[in-house]
Design a protein around this ligand. Sequence first.
Ligand code: PMV
Length: 356
Amino acid sequence: STMSIYQATTSAPVNIACIKYWGKRNESLILPTNSSLSVTLSQDNLRSTTTARADPSFAADCLWLNGKVDPIKPGGRLHTCISEMKRLRTAFEAANPDQPKIASFNVHICSFNNFPTAAGLASSASGFAALVYALAKLYALPQTPEELSLIARRGSGSACRSLFGGFVAWDMGSDDVTGLDSKARQVASESHWPEMEALICVVNDAKKGTSSTSGMQRTVVTSALLQHRIGYVVPSRMADIESAIADKRFGDFAEITMRDSNQFHAVALDTYPPIFYMNDVSRAIIAIITEYNRLSDQPKAAYTYDAGPNAVIYALTPNVREIAQLVLYYFPQAEKVIIGGQEVEAALPEGFNEAV
Ligand code: PMV
């Protein structure tokens, strides 16, 4: 027989939520307690790149993350994603008898993040999105990104949103038995609002303290504030931010984003025992952005924090340099920042009250 190589490589980007996913209503299917919305970052320095290969000689499925073996535990999330993808390939082969029979081969998967893993920089999102996408490519599957998002969700909830670029909602859905309506949807493509940019401030790139899985579990069980959030706050916020994005109203987009980050961290604090993801540097950046926004009638910058101390600041292109100059003024020890090929120098905007 002829020798064939079945291999595919692809990459997937990080996404950072403006309306945060925090809480599962079904742990095994990873069904969330609320819908969420994120921006997919298009920088090529915030991606997971994954190669998947199927071969009859492989003794077992195996995965390497940044060069180290990551065990595929039976019934675990990696295992679920890989077996769901094999199931789709099996169906594809049944419908297309001319296609090679590779669904039963074991796979070797190797994945690299070009940024710190598990530092609250959403490495699990890009990682599981790239894994699902690489297997879909290897298997030449006809499924849409929306359908693939159902499988990425089983790896890490937020991963379902990394199957799309631009502005992406994860609709919580209502089917608790199959979870088939809990999937990602593109709200607007990247070209809809090309001036939207994200400034990532790496406050600490060490591995985070409380994992999102155990953190949200404890929040769901202990926080009364979470019940208020999912019932009364998130539904209208989802509608409001989608309309702000549609009309490119940055001020409204920014206010909703900052309010939702604040409430997510309030819910973390309301968890018992409490969870602290932000630190003094995170809080200093909030104060700096708040003072900066006071200078104009509409906010020009929006901070947001995930399950870690690192800040992501959303802003429109004309304001990004000024914001970077401001952050560098307070953190002169930061690594140098290059924007548009030019190094950013520390500076304070006109009228800024330095004593924030
Ligand atoms: O997908 P997970 O389990 O890593 O959870 C991510 C949770 C947040 O990043 C804090 C919020 C979000 O919506 O991405």
